[in-house]
Write a protein that binds this ligand. Sequence first.
Ligand SMILES: NC(=O)c1ccc[n+]([C@@H]2O[C@H](COP(=O)([O-])OP(=O)(O)OC[C@H]3O[C@@H](n4cnc5c(N)ncnc54)[C@H](O)[C@@H]3O)[C@@H](O)[C@H]2O)c1
Length: 342
Amino acid sequence: MTLLRSILSVFTVNSRKYSLNLQSKKPPKILITGGLGQLGVECAKYLRGKYGRESVILSDIIKPTAEVFNDGPYIFADILDFKGLQRIVVDHRVDWLIHFSALLSAIGEQNVPLAVRVNIEGMHNVIELAKQYGLRIFVPSTIGAFGPDSPRNPTPNITVQRPRTIYGVSKVHAELLGEYYFHKFGLDFRCLRFPGVISSDPPGGGTTDYAIAIFHDVIRKGRYECYLKPDTMLPMMHVRDALRALSEYLEAPNEMLNRRVYNVTSMSFTPEELADRMVKHLPEFQITYRPDSRQEIADSWPQVFDDSEARRDWNWKPRVDLDDLVTLMVKEVKEKIAANGF
Ligand SMILES: NC(=O)c1ccc[n+]([C@@H]2O[C@H](COP(=O)([O-])OP(=O)(O)OC[C@H]3O[C@@H](n4cnc5c(N)ncnc54)[C@H](O)[C@@H]3O)[C@@H](O)[C@H]2O)c1
């Protein structure tokens, strides 16, 4: 009883200290690399809502749309140019680095040397940068960091990781390097393994992209040809949950973290189950199945992701279930098509 009381009082003191810190501290200056992909633009919006427009600098090597450019600070940053990155951190007094640049699973298989450069050399650059300037660094990992030898249902936080894609190999490398820098140099490295992230923005060439493309095709053309078999189960998450997870994890005090790398997820479903739920909103559509090389990748990935350690350590809890996800996607994709015509 006494032990329990003392544990509780330490927890209360820590959480009070934390909320006081948050109120009194200036917001962190955050740099997002690879920011023009599926997650970056939404992430910048989310974090600007929390920390202020000027606190979040979006960057990439491609030219932004006028909308992105006018939304807040945007700069060129090539993660393969170490000196350029140093200059940005110094000039903008960066505190936190969110490293999104990557070639995803399906795209990586099409250009392995480029995936090695962007995903592995790029990681070397940003982690060394974070060490030199004492930055907190967030690097997303993925269900693709597991392989056919890993348990698939459920896949725990710590288990065998022998991925068979260059994407997966580079993400295991990032996880291990980050943990090494944490233990060796005290670097504040934080990594979440995301499942397929679903949003209305165009996806970047991953194996879970079907769950986005299906909404675009069905709403525009009334039909969808799926590149995975109907019963392929994969873990998924709506972008709202993914960004909330990222933000809550980035703010979690170090004392709460027993790991630097956590599984997070919201749900698991198959293409057939997703199509069934969509019928409520879009009664007339046709779905056909023609599996391609992405089927082999999906068959080696987790089906159900065990995120109990994230729930236990920093109170992670998903909020968007499959019905909410379908409702949100139908609404958001319709709005996007009306606004942009794509
Ligand atoms: N989208 C998902 O479902 C998902 C799931 C798990 C993990 N993740 C991870 O989240 C991160 C973001 O994913 P995303 O879907 O937005 O990716 P994306 O492919 O849509 O975007 C990646 C961005 O990286 C940029 N990039 C490429 N080379 C670069 C370079 N040399 N310098 C700077 N930028 C460069 C690209 O221009 C692109 O805008 C990735 O690390 C990915 O592995 C995504």
